[in-house]
Ligand binder design. Structure first.
Ligand code: PLP
Length: 350
């Protein structure tokens, strides 16, 4: 059952939402990068330009979490993430913007001890934004990290605060994904206004809110564009199940049918190795190509890997087709990976 733009908009309008993002973000052509691939057109959706505190995809997601937090009368928001998490940086900025306090729990997900990784990039911004920082020793224990942050929330409640926890594990209402259902509407309208057709969208797939939200939104509108998820955290088989669950959770939350089928969920984990937050040669190449051909800055953890995936798709399946890269931001992490990036790009310049 296909929805009109207005139906889907009305569905989203029933959900509490805080205003945080600068929208719409630009949708632009990447002609120079395109010339290096077999694709007929390459576009970029500039969700690195969502405005708040260096921007990124999490600003759209946080509009719905903070809407919910405000609806529940919360004065303090809690969130858990990797040391160089963009989500926690943007939660801290959102809390400040809305006059709330923020507690951040940083998980040891990436085996990196360099001073840049520990103190620069997002960590520097978390400190500058004045969030209260906690640490969690395990990086691959999502349930444990969620349980610990709930203990911190409970202690705050005992202190008279009204805490709201932003959960990352599946099994919770996927408020964050609603930001990307809305982005699907925005993209569809922009493509119509520009008179372009998009055959394939290439997007990062981590918690899955961005991937599932976009896919859900496009299919709900009856738009058949392939959505290629690029794994940045888990292998494709594990991620497939996660995205299927998320899509059903979105349908439950919006009280609509789930328009997404198993075949709609396309994933590649070819750019993931050696693992979350760790660079590989294809990602370094992709970061360099986007910077040199388009003046576009990408990050080592997410958008660089997704660009590696886009370039592969453009070369392998791009002939006669147009592809859209979702730039999800993350650029502050460039400074956290300074030693590796200096090594890679000073060699390239010689
Ligand atoms: C979190 C993040 C992603 C992944 O988005 P999910 O909604 O968690 O799948 C991609 N890119 C950047 C820059 C991010 O911070």
């Amino acid at each position: 059952m296909t929805m009109t733009f207005e139906d889907l908009e009305a569905c989203l309008a029933r959900q509490p939402r805080a205003h945080l993002a600068h929208l719409p973000t630009p949708l632009e052509a990447m002609p120079n990068l395109c010339a290096h691939t077999g694709a007929s057109a390459l576009y970029v959706k500039r969700d690195d330009c969502t405005g708040l505190a260096f921007g990124g995809n999490k600003v759209r997601q946080l509009e719905f979490y903070f809407g919910q937090a405000q609806a529940e009368g919360a004065d303090t928001v809690l969130i858990t993430g990797a040391v160089q998490s963009n989500f926690v940086r943007l939660a801290a900025a959102s809390a400040n913007h809305l006059g709330m306090a923020c507690h951040i729990q940083l998980e040891e997900r990436v085996p990196k001890s360099e001073p840049a990784y520990r103190a620069s990039g997002n960590v520097l911004l978390d400190r500058l934004l004045g969030a209260t920082l906690h640490s969690y020793p395990d990086g691959e224990d999502e349930a444990g990290a969620d349980a610990r942050i709930r203990e911190i929330a409970e202690a705050l409640r005992q202190d008279g605060k009204t805490p709201y926890v932003i959960p990352l594990t599946p099994g919770h209402a996927p408020y964050g994904a609603l930001g990307y259902v809305d982005a699907a509407l925005e993209i569809a309208r922009q493509a119509d206004a520009m008179g372009i057709a998009i055959d394939e969208v290439v997007v990062g797939s981590g918690s899955g809110h961005t991937h599932a939200g976009l896919l859900f939104g496009l299919r709900a509108l009856g738009i058949p564009a392939r959505v290629s998820g690029i794994c940045v955290r888990r292998d494709a088989t594990t991620q497939q199940r996660r995205i299927a669950t998320r899509c059903q959770e979105i349908a439950n939350l919006l009280e609509t049918e789930n328009p997404v089928t198993e075949e709609d969920i396309q994933l590649s984990d070819a750019a993931l190795a050696p693992g979350y937050g760790r660079l590989n040669p294809a990602t370094l190449d992709a970061i360099g190509e986007a910077a040199r051909h388009e003046g576009l800055l990408l990050d080592p953890v997410y958008s660089g890997k997704v660009m590696a995936g886009l370039l592969t798709r453009a070369r392998d399946a791009g002939q006669g087709r147009s592809l859209l890269f979702i730039h999800t931001g993350g650029t502050p992490a460039l400074f956290a990976y300074e030693p590796e990036l200096t090594e890679a790009f000073s060699q390239a310049a010689e």
